[in-house]
Design a protein. Structure first.
Length: 510
């Protein structure tokens, strides 16, 4: 095995066998200019990286980008006290504590001594991962989602290791992968999907859902995938410790033989690595080798949408996808996976058949609808998922009743922050009616909660209007049109340019 060492000993690259991941495929919605992708970004000092964080990871990024067959044998030394400090500061101070009960504020007392101790235990092999604390939270569909809450020290270390591993994997992940990646957001995925459907030849959409993905990840396959790129035995042992730490549920410890704790800082990266090899590389090759028409893909964590020009391609892909996922202990949720007719020509074709309006699909909290502009041109309209909005309003109502005896200004500031957070996500063009309805219903819940404070309550709508004007933000659109933001982030190429940029936009055409 040939090895190429770096002068500072930080990276040693070795050749992979022939079945290693290949070059990142070009993702094209429109021809794009040579904008630098996430893998080229440098570590910047600040809240996430810590003041004065070293740029030593830039060399790792460069090797990972240049040599797709390189394996990294020395990475753990990049987890420094400085990086641990930055990871601690990036955590949410009010997050729930893990099994040890240590809060962010408590850990911050004598912080430097604790970070030095953690750093020392890590590098001499004395670090032990604690089990996650299992909690159940309600889902929008009425079910429950299991979350694993790590201890604060585990959160700090996991966040630091993820920052180091991102330097390797950001050069590998394909352009249509958006979930939990630096510099990418849910709205980037939504924009790319809208642009791909609006400008492409999509006529069919596979709305897919993987059943219990985070609970189904096979540890053996996951470690094989990680070893394609990571050969640092200390990092591999560390990941195995986190996977095998187990969970603490109702005071009883339970081993974790499969899955990754949803809620742990390291889980999103591990999930992306797993799906990169189990799904992304396969679907990218499938659309190049087997599809007869255009195929677009957008994935955010375990949620993904695949669009097809031809119905036969869609049916064949759906059938072969089941077999591909089964190989890696995954399966589609039959009740939530469906193929629908959707796209620029769906309404006309269905009208000719007398089939009614095109069906809709949900993705990342939005219902996507085939609609038309005032000029009669096709557009993808996105509105807040009714299921999501009802669930959120139920939570707001319960919280307001629990807070109804607090001072009015305190209640107003809290409700204002809730509405503001909702608007920051859902206030997209064409969704004004839904965000206005959310704001109005939240105010009605507040009024009813205040009137329940006393049988002689005299809270009127006039007073509520004054309080709303003071504390609750107006329901205004806060996001640009998808094409505008997409074009800013991914500029068009000059007419003379021939090659599309690799790994930038999510939709992609085959």
């Amino acid at each position: 095995m040939n090895e190429r060492g770096k002068s500072d000993g930080s990276v040693v690259a070795a050749k992979l066998p022939n079945n290693a991941a290949g070059e990142v495929a070009a993702e094209v919605v429109e021809r794009r200019g040579p904008v630098k992708g996430n893998a080229d970004s440098k570590t910047r000092p600040g809240r996430r990286a810590g003041q004065g964080a070293s740029n030593a990871l830039d060399r790792v990024r460069e090797v990972a980008r240049r040599d797709k067959e390189a394996r990294f044998t020395a990475l753990l030394h990049h987890v420094t006290v400085e990086r641990l400090r930055g990871a601690y500061r990036a955590l949410r101070p009010k997050a729930a504590p893990g099994v040890d009960g240590v809060t962010w504020e408590a850990y911050g007392q004598d912080l430097e001594h604790k970070l030095q101790g953690l750093h020392g235990r890590l590098h001499r092999g004395g670090y032990r991962a604690r089990p996650s604390r299992r909690v159940e939270i309600p889902k929008a569909d009425g079910g429950l989602r299991s979350l694993g809450i790590s201890s604060l020290e585990d959160k700090v270390l996991q966040r630091s290791v993820v920052e180091v591993l991102n330097a390797v994997y950001e050069s590998d992940f394909l352009g249509f992968s958006y979930g939990f990646r630096p510099g990418r957001s849910q709205h980037d995925a939504l924009d790319a999907l809208t642009v791909a459907i609006s400008t492409g030849k999509v006529s069919w959409v596979l709305d897919a859902d993987i059943r219990g993905f985070f609970d189904s990840v096979d540890h053996d396959w996951l470690m094989k995938f990680i070893e394609h790129r990571i050969a640092d035995k200390r990092v591999l042992r560390l990941i195995r410790k986190w996977l095998g730490a187990g969970v603490l549920e109702e005071g009883r410890w339970r081993a974790s033989k499969e899955g990754t704790p949803q809620g742990a800082n390291v889980s999103p990266l591990l999930a992306n690595v797993y799906l990169h090899y189990a799904f992304d590389l396969w679907v990218d090759q499938w659309r190049k080798r087997h599809a007869h028409g255009e195929v677009i893909v957008v994935r955010y964590a375990d949620d993904f949408i695949v669009g097809f020009q031809n119905h036969d391609d869609a049916q064949r892909f759906w059938s072969e996808l089941r077999g591909r996922l089964a190989k890696f202990s995954l399966e589609l949720n039959a009740s939530k996976t469906r193929l629908i007719e959707f796209g620029r020509f769906a309404a006309e074709r269905r009208a000719r058949r007398g089939a009614g309006r095109p069906e809709t699909f949900e993705f990342l909290g939005f219902t996507h609808i085939c609609a038309k502009t005032k000029n009669g041109r096709f557009k993808v309209q996105r509105v807040t998922s009714k299921r999501r909005m009802r669930a959120r309003l139920r939570e707001v109502r319960a919280s307001l009743y629990a807070r109804r005896h607090l001072p009015i200004p305190e209640q107003g500031r809290w409700l204002g922050s809730v509405v503001r957070g909702h608007l920051n996500y859902y206030a997209v063009p064409d969704n004004s009616r839904a965000i206005g309805a959310f704001r109005d219903q939240a105010r009605r819940h507040w009024l009813r909660a205040l009137r329940r404070r006393s049988q002689r309550s005299r809270v009127t709508w006039e007073r509520m209007e004054r309080w709303s004007a003071r504390w609750i933000p107006p329901a205004r659109v806060r996001h640009p049109w998808p094409h505008q933001r997409f074009d800013v982030k991914h500029p068009r190429q000059e007419p003379s340019a021939l090659a599309a940029h690799a790994g930038i936009c999510a939709g992609g055409r085959s």
